[in-house]
Design a protein around this ligand. Structure first.
Ligand SMILES: Cc1cc2nc3c(=O)[nH]c(=O)nc-3n(C[C@H](O)[C@H](O)[C@H](O)COP(=O)(O)OP(=O)(O)OC[C@H]3O[C@@H](n4cnc5c(N)ncnc54)[C@H](O)[C@@H]3O)c2cc1C
Length: 491
């Protein structure tokens, strides 16, 4: 049977360091691995040819990055990240590394030719970031296509192997998950492939694509968390996905902190404007200082009030939406608002070198956590992709140089074992939609303390085996997010 044999992996040439994902985190790690030891083979595997991932998805074609210049700024940033971590968790040592090394990574990016906003006199322009409005410490670079070209050509110029058309569908581990020694892919011809590596860096982006409404790159898979869990990595902060209020027709993000302005409010079932309750109005000033909904600040009560007024029973596009009246530059407008998943703050808990709890496996960018808690300050994710990307690439290269290969026949056996349980049945579009809606309502209901609607049961009862590996990973990633928001152990 052709379909059966497609799950019997064909082996690709091995590589010393294997990086999964070509967003800002994966690209930085691949470059740093090569720079650390030019004698090693470094392979960067990604499904797409051109720019892909949230790193290059912003329709404003720009990204902000926290870069702390002075000791005072470093201290203020560390303090703020620690303050905004609850109810999530952070490791203060990682926060310090992030703040202290952001400057050096900015210099790398300038040297690569990235286009940062500058004043007419040539100095870098600085802006405020969400959750950290007191300091103008974020820099902005534009032309994300050019940024991708600069990173990818730097990697190729060093002799790196950028492999497109490979979508990772599994990791290959030694028995008892004691070490990761490679990865499984589906290639463009639908053939399953295996590649041995001495170090594997997972940088496949965050969970936003699992949600029915999201603003991350459509080419992202969203299941990096499931791969990490299957490999046995310790995970943290999973439920803390950033959600932004957005208008359906224009796609604009909505400043819900302006709900205290005269005439603003929600339009209720009777068609009347219901203003923000009096007791929530003092929270608006704080709410205006961040675009994503907060998981820890008192001003989340405004979002909770809005979520509790959403129409959760409507079908189709109106489900989980509400109508708002808000002041806009064009006067008061009636807007159809919903929450859109933007980026995840959870992932594998890493150390200062990007190492997960599983030997041989590193995690980066939106696949990693411990330098951000529940609420991430604006620009800190791009900084984290560079700081920990650089550190993980360097460490993976050193570790690969000191490691030996598995015997080819042993690796082939392990790769076959990793394919066990893989099936051929795809989800129906309905099942995928239902899972996406379950985590969307599950996370938002938990945030607003609304009664649950058997979300977990819906996820648990969705088809199990023999699913296509992609669908089984999608299902597991959804389960992990729901387990996280219900305080259950992750795994
Ligand atoms: C619209 C928008 C604006 C943002 N603005 C900012 C900002 O201004 N500042 C800030 O700090 N953060 C911002 N963020 C968040 C930040 O951009 C991202 O969190 C960060 O860029 C993620 O980088 P990454 O490398 O971890 O993942 P991504 O950039 O998402 O890259 C993931 C990579 O993995 C690949 N991949 C996916 N699945 C597979 C698979 N199965 N096998 C192999 N490869 C795979 C993808 O193709 C892609 O190459 C923004 C996010 C969005 C969506």
């Amino acid at each position: 049977m052709a379909a059966e044999s497609s799950l019997f992996p064909r082996v690709l040439p091995s590589t010393d360091v294997l990086v999964l994902g070509a967003g800002l985190a994966g690209l930085r790690a691949a470059i740093s691995a090569h720079q650390t030891d030019p004698g090693l083979s470094v392979t960067l595997a990604t499904p797409s040819h051109g720019p892909s991932g949230s790193s290059f998805a912003n329709k404003n074609n720009a990204l902000g990055m926290q870069v702390l210049e002075t000791d005072d700024q470093v201290q203020a940033c560390i303090q703020r990240v620690m303050d905004r971590a609850t109810p999530g968790q952070v490791d203060s040592a990682l926060v310090r590394v992030l703040a202290e090394e952001s400057r050096a990574r900015l210099q790398d990016m300038i040297a690569m030719g990235l286009k940062f906003d500058r004043s007419p006199a040539g100095s870098l322009q600085r802006r405020k970031g969400c959750f950290f409005p007191e300091h103008k410490s974020a820099v902005v670079f534009r032309d994300l296509g050019q940024a991708f070209s600069a990173f990818s050509s730097s990697f190729r110029d060093l002799g790196g192997d950028l492999r497109t058309g490979l979508s990772c569908i599994g990791l290959v581990s030694l028995p008892s998950r004691s070490r990761v020694v490679g990865a499984l892919f589906r290639d463009r011809d639908n053939t399953v492939r295996a590649m041995q590596a001495k170090a594997v860096i997972l940088a496949m982006g965050g969970p936003a694509p699992l949600f029915p409404r999201h603003v991350s790159d459509p080419g992202n898979s969203g299941w990096g968390l499931a791969l990490l869990a299957r490999a046995g990595a310790k995970l943290g902060n999973l439920p803390y996905v950033q959600f932004m209020w957005r208008d359906f027709s224009s796609g604009r993000f909505l400043p819900v902190g302006k709900l205290d302005s005269p005439g603003s409010g929600i339009i209720n079932n009777r068609g009347d404007v219901e203003p923000l309750p009096e007791e929530l109005r003092p929270l608006c000033a704080s709410r205006r200082s961040h675009c994503p909904m907060s998981w820890g600040l008192a001003d989340r009560a405004i979002d909770q009030w809005l979520i509790s007024r959403m129409d959760w029973n409507a079908t189709s596009a109106a489900q989980g939406t509400l109508r708002l009246v808000l002041p806009t530059p064009f006067g008061d407008e009636v807007l159809q608002a919903g929450l859109w998943a933007h980026a995840g703050n959870g992932g594998a808990v890493i150390d200062a070198h990007g190492r997960t709890s599983v030997p041989g496996l590193y995690a980066l960018g939106e696949c990693a956590t411990a330098m951000h808690g529940a609420d991430r300050i604006g620009g800190a994710m791009v900084a984290a992709t560079q700081v920990f990307g650089h550190r993980a690439g360097a460490d993976a290269a050193q570790s690969a140089a000191d490691s030996s290969w598995e015997r080819e026949s042993d690796f082939n056996d392990l790769a076959r074992l990793a394919c066990e349980g893989f099936g051929h049945h795809p989800f129906s579009t309905d099942t995928r939609d239902e899972l996406g809606w379950s985590i969307y309502t599950g996370l938002l209901h938990s945030q607003a303390h609304l009664p649950e609607k058997e979300m977990m049961e819906r996820v648990e009862s969705s088809p199990r085996r023999p699913l296509r590996p992609e669908d089984s990973l999608f299902q597991q990633a959804c389960r992990l997010l729901l387990q996280g928001c219900r305080g259950r152990p992750w795994g």
